[in-house]
Design a protein around this ligand. Structure first.
Ligand code: NAG
Ligand code: NAG
Ligand code: NAG
Ligand code: NAG
Length: 287
């Protein structure tokens, strides 16, 4: 009797293991940040493969280094072409982990392409409500501009050819932003109804960021928070695009599909290499 019970539980275990291997985990796609390349995400590939052996992981080798400064819509289109064979092959959908600017590329892809099948969209320290703060690359490329006047360059036709201008937001120059921003403003304003329906097909929206980031400004932009016109940061629930449910953020929130992680002690350049961050905020959403 005992022997039989034991062997049948071993058999059950074998069946369960086999089932897990057959069902497997959804493919995961990774997109790197600005002034960087796909190799920067290799540590993340290892984290995923160690946690969930057998997961197909596609580390998107596109818009590396200097190319990461190209216009955001061009990056979105290039990434779409690159990943479309993968996503159309993934009948059960895919998960995306997109770091920093990569989170904006992924956001553009999700909103603009109706046939995406993204289940978990993991936005790892990405300025989803915009960036309004100095960065090294701003100082390097536009040394004659400051945070307060760079809108004159960024909110121009020429400026919109530079990736970081495409998600620049200036709380004190909202009319120029609305007129000239051809990436972030369309994504956040919901002026195109299909952007909202495309965005809302994402099952889980995972927003990771924290107060020690040092690059994303305000850091709460990683959670869709942003400055008001007095330069006080307001949470995502107070943003106009949330209140009007412009692109589905409010619906997702009401349905419990937004997962916000506020993590201290992580500088911007460490998010994608931090195992604690992976274990705590990312692994649970890779199903
Ligand atoms: C599509 O899926 C098939 C079967 O699972 C696999 O052999 C093939 O490599 C996949 N193609 C791509 C582009 O992922
Ligand atoms: C930038 O500022 C420097 C010093 O103020 C000046 O010499 C230079 O001509 C300026 N360049 C442009 C492109 O305005
Ligand atoms: C995030 O965490 C920090 C430190 O733990 C805390 O001071 C801050 O109020 C939190 N902010 C939000 C928006 O949750
Ligand atoms: C890794 O993340 C944890 C929080 O999850 C943080 O306390 C720690 O300082 C981080 N380490 C580095 C090197 O960023």
């Amino acid at each position: 009797m005992r022997v039989m019970a034991k062997s049948s539980s071993v058999a059950l275990l074998v069946v369960l293991l086999y089932f897990r291997m057959v069902v497997g985990y959804r493919p995961v796609l990774l997109m790197h940040g600005i002034a960087d390349n796909y190799k920067s995400m290799e540590g993340m590939v290892t984290f995923i493969k160690d946690a969930h052996p057998g997961t197909p992981v596609y580390n998107i080798d596109a818009f590396n280094d200097a190319d990461s400064f190209l216009k955001m819509w061009d990056q979105v289109d290039g990434v779409q072409k690159k990943i479309s064979p993968i996503i159309s092959n993934a009948t059960d959908g895919v998960n995306l982990i997109c770091y920093s600017q990569g989170g904006m590329v992924c956001r553009g892809f999700i909103e603009a392409f109706p046939d995406h099948n993204v289940k978990s969209f993991i936005s790892l320290s990405s300025p989803q409500a915009g960036q309004f703060g100095d960065t090294d690359y701003l100082d390097f490329f536009l040394p004659n501009f400051t945070r307060d006047n760079v809108y004159r360059f960024c909110f121009s036709e020429v400026g919109q050819y530079v990736s970081f201008c495409d998600y620049w937001n200036d709380p004190l120059h909202q009319s120029e932003y609305e007129k000239c921003s051809d990436f972030l403003y369309p994504l956040n304003s919901g002026k195109q109804p299909d952007y909202k329906s495309n965005f809302m097909t994402v099952e889980e929206l995972v927003l990771i960021g924290g107060p020690d980031d040092g690059v994303i400004t305000p850091w709460q932009s990683s959670h869709f928070g942003f400055y008001d016109d007095k330069l006080d940061v307001q949470p995502y629930q107070s943003q106009g695009f949330y209140i009007s449910d412009a692109f589905g953020l409010k619906t997702l929130d009401e349905e419990g599909r937004i997962h916000v992680y506020n993590i201290s002690g992580v500088e911007h350049t460490h998010w994608h290499t931090n195992k604690t961050v992976f274990d705590l905020c990312i692994e649970p959403w890779l199903k």
